[in-house]
Ligand binder design. Sequence first.
Ligand code: PHE
Length: 455
Amino acid sequence: MQEKQSIHGAWANRWIFILAATGSAVGLGNIWKFPYITGENGGGAFVLVYLVCILLVGVPIMMGEVLVGRRARQSPINAMREIAVESGHSAKWSFVGIMGVLSGFMIFSFYSVVAGWVLHYVAGMASGDFVGIGSEDAGKVFNGLLGDWKTLLIWHSIFVVMVMTVVAGGVNKGLERATRIMMPALFVLLLVLLGYSMNTGHFGAGWNFLFQFDLSKLSWDAVLVALGHSFFTLSLGMGAIMAYGSYMPKKASISSTVLTIAGMDTLVALIAGLAIFPIVFANGMDPGAGPGLMFVTLPVAFGQMAGGQIFGFLFFVLIAVAAWTSAISLMEPAAAWLVETFGMKRSTSCVLLALTVWGLGIMALGSFNFMSDVTFFGMNTFDFLDFATANIMLPLGGIFISLFVGWFVKKRVNLDELALEENGLFYTWYISIRFIAPVAVSIIFLVNLYQKIAG
Ligand code: PHE
């Protein structure tokens, strides 16, 4: 029998899949969000919970997503339907894919705004705007940028076009080509910056901040943030990895590729932390500064240091590349779905999607200026989009995917796709996806909900 293929194409080999999925996983979540939420939640203990979430919840669910995508060889909405029907269940399971596409739009809209800040800083670093800048002035520059909706809009628009162009190129000429060029560049830049930060003389302080586990500092809120972040950083719960899995070679082993991807994503987050915190401490700044951490602290630090202009420039280029390869995967599931379902040309579908996320993004960037008084549950649009996706929709998507794969997909199908016998490895995964992942995510959810209600 001929192997089933996706109409969109296939990755050239297993390593391209690993790199593309790592490109999706490694993004603003690793380099912007992870350091600042770690800073806000006190460091080590938070990191420990995050690592546990990745291993116990993230890895099994990622295997589930890849499995469904690869078996169906279709976009998440259609894949969920097909695999549900194959195992004798309702076609309505496609709602998980639909919710994923919605989450993708919502994430894209605030993601693109932050990517826009990054592009602005790439330009600023290149033109030497931050040389010798003090922390007060750096704060003013960042706040000035937030207040300036026109500049934000320009960068947001540029980023949307960058992403659209790649996705419109298709799996091989777009996604795969971008992966081949950008991922090696990303690793090299990261290592260069790590080396740089090791020379600040405060590497030990950064290390201790990340790895001294003081569990007494941990709150339920922080556990929810860690859990939500493990979904966000691995691109889970919204179909990105499922879509990438649908282009994966049949011969490749799902368990080992997924472990590699999750391992690389975690490594990049930790290295980003190790590159950033020593610089923060070397300049006596506050690790808990919030979303502005990278945009205020680092320019000051780079502004003071020898070679800071060049390394600062490289640093922001690195983040821009990481954001780019991730945003591609935010658009791919919806693009593939429009092509499959309505026979649309890929380029047309990408233009439509780009317009949609561009419009949503304007609301997100307006949070800091012309729409600053619009709030949802006490949060501005930007914070709301981040909170609703990372802390609610992605974990919810994760619960549904784990229940689906664990309880509804036939065991035979799982064994088949994972290419495993009924051995210890299989049962470790099976127990995780049937019990540990859904139960853990649900408990954290409910406790948080209860705490919010109880005040
Ligand atoms: N994983 C990406 C990051 O860490 C964000 C992302 C989430 C991308 C969901 C795709 C899907 O920045």
